[in-house]
Structures are given as C-alpha cells and as structure tokens.
Design a protein around this ligand. Sequence first.
Ligand SMILES: [Zn+2]
Length: 167
Amino acid sequence: MALLDILVYPDERLKKISQPVKEFSDNLKQFILNLEETFRSFPGCVGIAAPQVGRFERVVLVDISHKPQHENHGFLILVNPKISSSAGSNVGREGCLSVPDYTGKVERSVSITLEALNEKGEKKVFQMKGYEARAVQHEIDHLDGKLFLDRLVSRRNALSKRIELST
Ligand SMILES: [Zn+2]
C-alpha cells in the first residue's frame, strides 16, 4: 500500500469532473486500499474523494464511526454514488483535506437516499441523515469539481481560519 499526495486548493485539478467507474479491476481494488490508507493517515477525517489524490473517477470513502454520537453506517466505500432523494436543509461547519487551513459554514440536505456500488460492483442503497449525510454530500461535490468554498452560506463570517493547536 502507499500514501497518496493530497491536492490542495487552489490546484485547478480539484475543479475537474470525475468519470464513472466502469470496470471493477484489481487496479481499482488496489487504488481503494491506497486511498483508505491515505484517509486513515489523517485522524479525525470523515471522508476522502478520489479526485483529491488526482484520480478522476467517482469513488469516495466516508467513515464517521469515530464520532459515535452521530448515527452512521460505519466505513463506506462508495463507487458511482448518487443521491436519489433529499429532504430538509441545515447549516453546518465543514473542513476539507484539500483546504487545510480553513473551515466554512455550508448548507446541506438533512436527510438523503444514497445509491452507490461497493468495491465489488454490488448496488447498495442507504438512508442517511445529519452528519453522515453531510459528509457524503461534501465528498460527492468533489466528484463534480466543487469544494465547500463554492457553497459558503455568505461571504462574511462563513469562513474561519483553523486555530493551530500546539500539541
Ligand atoms: Zn473535502
């Protein structure tokens, strides 16, 4: 396995639209393992999308299970994810591996129905809400070349500089 380099804003490649996965090859499996290892190397991180490491295919990983106060489905490998319905909206603060120095307030749907393939190409359907639904919406945005910076609720007060902790 190998750690992959994260593309950081304002890298233009973060604006590219990712293509659907068509073939569930060994190469894809190996890539997903490397993506997971990269993801796990950032403690506290809740998701990563393939284009963030320069592979422009529709693959995202989401795992909020280390925040057990939020309902979740555990570790998710989502290939060609698609939100088939959504309801409600709320504003929450988001961060991103590709925007390391800032967090921002973004409006998202509260609950979603998500369809995706797993790493074997099997179709799965999830009902999710709250923080997990937010994380999935954030990651799917990456597949469409969007960052949370494109969705800030206002120009003023929506963006905050991360405070460096000394430890
Ligand atoms: Zn992100």
